[in-house]
Design a protein around this ligand. Structure first.
Ligand SMILES: [Zn+2]
Ligand SMILES: [Zn+2]
Length: 359
């Protein structure tokens, strides 16, 4: 492990000297760009993640698909979402918004403040954690993941939030690229919530990076179109592709609450604890039954963002947009409770580009 760690450090240093520093000098942003070592680490993490998705998860979709597709047309836009997120938007957003936000809250001194940092967050309240960093990290992660679970339930229960989150669910060909498909308004909202939790608990930025990569990879795998899971015990410890595929199932009119399941991001324990876990169900088509949202599949990236924003605006300014419950979107993007919207035309199946279970 220490060999791997030193290899990683050397790689960061190499990329920093040979790529990041020359680039920063060339662009004349040396004063504002920050530590080149941190930039090259972030870049390497993004590339590592892309490599794992493209060269491990993607081939698995060919070897053992959950759904067989005639083509992969609908997955292309999700790949674009992933590339944009990893190589452009996320670093930019972290640098321009999240870091100043963190500094504003005063939780993170970063490199600027030399000397021993003052304990903040959990370490401040429970000094015992100071000597048990791994346990502390575990507790951070548990809280982070639990907050994510409740936030995700809110994304489904609050109509204006579903207006945005439904874009993530509209994909009929859910694949290893789907995790980053989502409304950018939603992304900003989620980042602020999760960053606030991290800051309140006193997580260091370096811990954030590791936390981020690990949970991102679990999420990339959980969207992958494969028919295997982690087994009877494993699937209760970590969210696997079967578990999250059920979360993405199209609403079944015969069992209309079945799809309200498996909200966990990385740990299924919250679903088990709060009664939303669903296991043992056969693979079902993914997507949404609301034709207004399903139409996302015919749109490009800008069109999807724009439509999600319009749904959001249609919901957030109406009282119905704040009444908890499942909704579809009617004329002028007004949210309509799904039971009442049942008479609306529903696509007969998951659509021509959706697939049949391969098993
Ligand atoms: Zn969801
Ligand atoms: Zn998902």
């Amino acid at each position: 492990m220490s060999y791997l760690a030193s290899l990683w450090t050397q790689l960061i240093a190499w990329v920093s000297t040979h790529l990041v520093e020359p680039a920063v000098l060339f662009l004349h942003i040396a004063d504002t760009a920050g530590n080149p070592l941190e930039i090259s680490e972030a870049l390497l993490i993004a590339l590592l993640q892309l490599f794992i998705i493209g060269f491990i998860f993607r081939p698995l979709e060919t070897l053992a698909p959950a759904e067989r597709w005639e083509d992969r047309k609908l997955t292309r836009i999700d790949r674009l979402y992933t590339l944009l997120m990893l190589l452009g938007l996320f670093p930019l957003f972290s640098y321009l918004v999240l870091t100043p936000f963190a500094n504003m809250l005063g939780g993170l001194g970063g490199e600027a403040e030399a000397g021993p940092a003052v304990s903040s967050g959990l370490k401040h309240w429970v000094p015992w954690f100071e000597d048990h960093p791994y346990l502390l990290f575990l507790v951070y992660y548990l809280v982070y993941d639990c907050v994510y679970y409740w936030m995700h339930r809110a994304q489904h229960a609050i109509p204006w939030w579903w207006a945005l989150h439904s874009m993530h669910h509209s994909q009929r060909q859910m694949s290893c690229w789907t995790n980053d498909r989502g409304s950018y308004i939603d992304g900003v909202l989620q980042s602020f919530i999760l960053a606030t939790v991290g800051l309140a608990m006193g997580v260091e930025p370096s811990e954030f990076a590791l936390l981020g990569l690990l949970s991102e990879l679990v999420q990339n795998l959980s969207h992958t179109n494969v028919r295997f899971g982690f087994g009877r015990i494993g699937e209760r410890l970590l969210v696997d592709p079967k578990f999250h595929r059920l979360h993405h199932m199209v609403r079944d009119p015969e069992r209309p609450s079945l799809h309200n399941c498996n909200f966990g991001q990385v740990l299924p324990v919250w679903d088990i604890l709060f009664g939303t876990a669903l296991y043992g169900e056969k693979i079902r088509p993914t997507g949404v039954s609301d034709p207004m949202v399903d139409a996302d599949n015919d749109r490009g990236l800008v069109g999807q963002q724009w439509q999600a924003a319009r749904r959001f605006w249609g919901a957030v300014r109406r009282p119905a947009g704040w009444r908890l419950g499942e909704v579809s979107f009617g004329p002028d993007y007004a949210p309509i409770p799904s039971d009442e919207a049942e008479h609306l035309p529903v696509p007969a199946d998951a659509g021509p580009a959706g697939g049949a279970p391969a098993a």
